[in-house]
Write a protein that binds this ligand. Sequence first.
Ligand code: SGN
Ligand code: CA
Length: 534
Amino acid sequence: MDTSNKIIALLGLSVIAPSFTGCKSEHKSRQPNIIYIMSDDHAYQAISAYGSRLIQTPNIDRIGNEGIRYTNCFVTNSLSSPSRAVLLTGMYSHLTGARDNSFSMRIDSGITMFPMMLQKAGYQTAIVGKWHLLNNPLGFDYSSILIDQGQYYNPDFVTNGNTARVHGYATDIIMDKALTWLSSMRDPDKPFCLMIHNKAPHRNWLPDTTDLGEFSDDLPLPATLYDDYAGRGKAAHEQMMEIAKNMHLPSDLKVGVSEKNKSGHWLIGEFQRMDSAQRNTLIRFYTREDARVDTAHMTHREYVAWKYQRFIKDYLRCIRSVDRNVGRLLSYLQKEGLLENTIIVYTSDQGFYLGEHGWFDKRFMYEQSLKTPLMIRYPAMIKPGTVSNASVMNLDYAPTFLELAGLKEPANMQGTSMVPTFNGSVPSGWRKAVYYHYYEYPGWHAVKRHYGIRTERYKLMHFYYDINEWELYDLKNDPDEMHNVYSEPGYAQVRDSLLNQLRLLQKKYMDSDSLAEKFLEHDKPMFSRFGNVY
Ligand code: SGN
Ligand code: CA
């Protein structure tokens, strides 16, 4: 150590690299660590940093408050497996091969995924939680993943290839695994990338028993809960994701769950794997809730509002546990001196409808499911309290992590590093429009296939298959997307310009109607066997 560094060390100061400050277990490399936390279906409407009317999430907020919060982060395809493939590859679904959750859940072989590159560059890499791809995790030194969607209670994990059931609640267990890996399974002298993928708050929204007492008061109803889809096309009318019609009383809302069906099974699938203490606590709680209401004498609107309350309370209870566990992680990082040189990301695999348009689930290119929360904390480059309105996408995550690790983005990645947006500005030449393409139809919730473009003010959508309908929304005059203005003469110019931009983006990203047709032909026999479900 030279003299000046010795003085700095003696004084306990850090001048050159904040990463070296008083760290018990921090590696000496300047390459930052990456902790990527992704929940499943966590809507920005349920994060207090995003102005939620529903919940306080102080620990999740801390990531954004001490770093950057993006107000315009979009996904390319609002569904789990495709979104996870986009995250890993930085490529659109038509190029990854993983287009849907049903039959194309595999990333084509030979495609580079960013963890592989980090691993090659000396990073230790780990993933815990939901994986939801048919590929084995590639590029990870350690993986402990749920099978398919996983379970909330006593879930099965595949840990480096070996399957075992773990007793407890998924959100706690996933964080336990993350903390164990951080504290005792990695080499503190090397940088790391840890991906923490929650199952929560995915359907069927089973809360931790400790959180059942939360949200006893009713929550505000969304303005569009009673949407009748007038002014929209067939796709909005024919979906199967309505709280009113498609949310099941026993399995989703836990009504009458003390009963068993004719084959002797509990009505909630996961009850079969619970221990009796877990199950009895849940049964006691929901049975008490059942006794408080008389749905038989409700009007239709009252009934929908009641269903919404039952759903949203459990959804928010699941998020309680996510927030508490993010708090555990942040405390650990703080205690270990890892907060300075670690990039911490909080996001979701897509957005989610919390009763807007009367819906739950996602898939559509409308705002609530096209957008996803994104917050990043990295004090070396991001000032606390930064807010960015730049249009960023889950396509950009891989290029961002690679740049931060000092690596070059492979030519086939289609995203752009978000580093130039870290100061809160929209850099000149930054994208002005995002391109979207959703494929799974027929399938869960019967959302018809569509692609489209969203600019700062407008959204143009094409339900190309089956119905060949177009929709156009003016987000400034109609932020709730209630009125399709595609055929209104006053919007003819806007429509033509958007169509032109849409075709240019398709070209840029190497997508096209003919490619879509090809996929349709490939998927048709499989989807027709599967059909629509909800
Ligand atoms: C399950 C859910 C659906 C949900 C998909 C996809 N049904 O099939 O409601 O849309 O997952 O979700 S359930 O009754 O099994 O819960 S995703 O987040 O994985 O894409
Ligand atoms: Ca999801």
